[in-house]
Design a protein around this ligand. Structure first.
Ligand code: CP
Length: 317
């Protein structure tokens, strides 16, 4: 794995290897070994053109726990506000000794461009690009599901598990990456949303589509993943149905959560709109693995940084 731009960069075995390495990383953390010497002398750059809490902080924690140096770069306050291009920003970071670049952008394709334009020859990790993909979020979600749903998770996939993904599929890079990864790992996925929030072309995705959360829950599920309605990506501010109707039909209320099988878990990538797409009692309830997702994100991102930098070192030697 030279770069991680999309789940398409991974084979099933690559994905299992990343999850297994993350499991190993998590075990070292639980034994209070807070720092591994794996990436000592390497520099990871967090290049964030779009706001982030969880992803930016967990990549920073992951790099530090592997003993790498980390440079945090955000568009606000940089020369990008003076019109500097992505190319010149990348060349500057390369000149400063970046060994890997983690990039988030509101532009779909930004990470692909950095990896393939020929400006720099360093591993690029996509930390979310527009409405395209968020592969490390999908990996941490799969890791969390595997821990809850599979006995002796190491080496396993998610074959036979059923995951419902609910909400603003249209604008969700998390949904796109999750549909690809969960199906690669053998799970079946059902997307649930109002028709206005289902992307054109979804028929070619490896998943089912439903317009009724109640019907999807009635068929049984091992996990329900709720998504945020991304008003900031809705051109012209359009949002259909009304917020009240959306919440009634597509929100995960306590009543709906109570109809899930006992073992089923509830996920949300964050940030959440409590009381809108998910009831606070469900977000904080016994089925919720939302805080655990954040914690697992550090181990999974340690694993991803290890894999891309190891591949780059092998290629260079
Ligand atoms: N899940 C996720 O990407 O969250 P942030 O936007 O806070 O990084």
């Amino acid at each position: 794995m030279k770069h991680l731009i999309s789940i398409d960069d991974l084979t099933r075995q690559d994905a299992i290897d990343v999850l297994d390495t993350a499991e190993h990383m998590a075990q070292t953390q639980s034994r209070s070994i807070r720092k591994l010497p794996t990436l000592v002398g390497r520099t990871v750059v967090n290049l964030f053109f779009e706001d982030s809490t969880r992803t930016r902080i967990s990549f920073e924690a992951a790099a530090k726990r592997l003993s790498a140096d980390i440079i945090n770069f955000s568009a606000k306050g940089s020369s990008l506000s003076k019109g500097e291009s992505l190319k010149d920003t990348a060349l500057t970071l390369d000149a400063m000794g970046a060994d890997a670049i983690v990039v988030r952008s509101s532009s779909s394709g930004a990470a692909h461009l950095l990896a393939n334009a020929g400006w720099i020859d360093k591993p690029i990790v996509n930390a979310g690009d527009g409405t395209h993909e968020h592969p490390t979020q999908a990996l941490l979600d799969a890791y969390t599901l595997r821990r809850h749903l599979v006995e002796g998770p190491t080496g396993s996939d998610l074959a036979g598990k059923r995951v419902i993904i609910v909400g603003d599929i249209l604008h969700s890079r998390v949904a796109r990456s999750n549909v690809k990864l969960l199906s690669l790992l053998g799970a079946s996925v059902t997307l649930v949303a109002p028709p206005a929030l289902i992307p054109i072309g979804v028929q070619s995705w490896p998943c089912e589509v439903s317009y009724s959360l109640d019907a999807a829950i009635a068929e049984g599920a091992d996990a329900v993943m709720m998504l945020r309605v991304q008003r900031e990506r809705m051109v012209g501010g359009g949002f259909f149905p009304t917020e009240g109707e959306y919440s009634r039909r597509f929100g995960l209320s306590t009543d709906r959560a109570d109809r899930l099988p006992d073992h089923a878990v509830v996920l949300h990538p964050g940030p959440m709109n409590r009381g809108f797409e998910i009831a606070s009692d469900v977000a904080d309830g016994p089925r919720s693995v939302i805080v655990e997702q954040v914690n697992n994100g550090v181990s999974v991102r340690m694993s991803v940084l290890y894999h891309v930098l190891a591949a780059h070192t092998e290629e260079a030697s």
